[in-house]
Design a protein around this ligand. Structure first.
Ligand code: SPD
Length: 283
């Protein structure tokens, strides 16, 4: 086994992480799922050679994927997560007391198994509100109509099985599955990696046509390519930085807010501030 993990995202430019040993290796019908023990990042899960999460920095991604959408909605009860098999996004969603059920639709049970085995603190799999469904998210969203308050698309990168999660057809189906005041958040890769610009534009363009509110927000995730990561917020009317939303975020400090390691009121607002080169990609 190599003593370093390398993910090249631009010719010879990439990320290097020191490894101690390999803990999981399985070629599933969908993808290659691996987990490594690293030198300083805890255990690291990769899919088809791309970083999905490390135990040390996963809190940034999962808190942002969950709480921006969850606090924007006045009373999120019914939640759909597409992908997210490691359980991190569901763990954060389940911190909201209003939640009655979370359907997590993961195509590959090996992702859930690897996470339970080697990242036991990431998921909250014993929570009775969580339903794990091993199905293809693309076909799952054909079914439910106006059922969810919040939909979170926590898919892999737009190569291989996740490529359709960046296409308009999928976002149309999600739109149908969302209730009238619903909110959707999707991970949309790094604005610094040019090969992902088409996917960013595709998701933004689709959401912009379908939803009255579409905004990009950013987070800083050290082990994702370039460290700068984008996420898309779309809603059927809720503005993510309205006074009403900010009041809810402020009040959250009194509940579980103080346990969070990345997300807070200032981050919620500031994450929607986009550098000019990022605006240029989507406008
Ligand atoms: N290369 C990073 C892509 C991130 C996709 N989702 C990660 C899953 C973590 N729950």
């Amino acid at each position: 086994m190599p003593i370093q993990y390398n993910e090249y995202y631009n010719e010879q430019t990439g990320l290097t992480v020191g490894l101690k040993k390999q803990l999981f290796h399985e070629q599933t019908p969908y993808q290659l799922v691996e987990v490594f023990e690293t030198d300083t990042w805890g255990n690291l899960m990769t899919i088809d050679g791309m970083v999905m999460l490390s135990e040390r920095d996963e809190f940034v991604y999962h808190e942002m994927m969950a709480h921006v959408a969850m606090f924007s909605h006045p009373k999120p009860e019914s939640i759909l997560i597409i992908g997210g098999g490691d359980g991190g996004t569901a763990r954060e969603v389940l911190k909201h007391h209003s939640v009655k059920k979370v359907d997590m639709v993961e195509i590959d049970e090996a992702v859930v198994r690897a996470s339970k085995l080697h990242m036991p603190d990431v998921g909250d799999f014993e929570n009775p509100k969580l339903n794990v469904l091993y199905e293809n998210g693309l076909t799952f969203v054909d079914g439910p109509e106006a059922e969810y308050d919040v939909i979170i698309i926590d898919g892999s990168d737009p190569v291989g099985p996740a490529v359709d999660l960046f296409k308009k057809d999928f976002y149309e189906k999600c739109h149908r599955s969302l209730k009238d005041n619903g909110v959707l958040v999707s991970q949309t890769e790094s604005p610094f990696v040019e090969s992902y610009h088409e996917s960013i534009k595709s998701v933004f363009g689709a959401c912009n046509e379908l939803y009255p509110v579409t905004e990009m927000f950013l987070a800083f995730i050290p082990l994702y390519p370039t460290g700068m990561w984008s996420m898309m917020f779309a809603s059927k009317g809720i503005e993510p930085i309205s006074d009403e939303v900010m009041q809810r975020v402020g009040a959250a400090h009194e509940t579980f807010g103080k346990e969070l390691k990345y997300y807070n009121k200032e981050i919620h607002i500031g994450s929607f501030a986009l550098p000019n080169f990022v605006k240029a990609i989507i406008r």
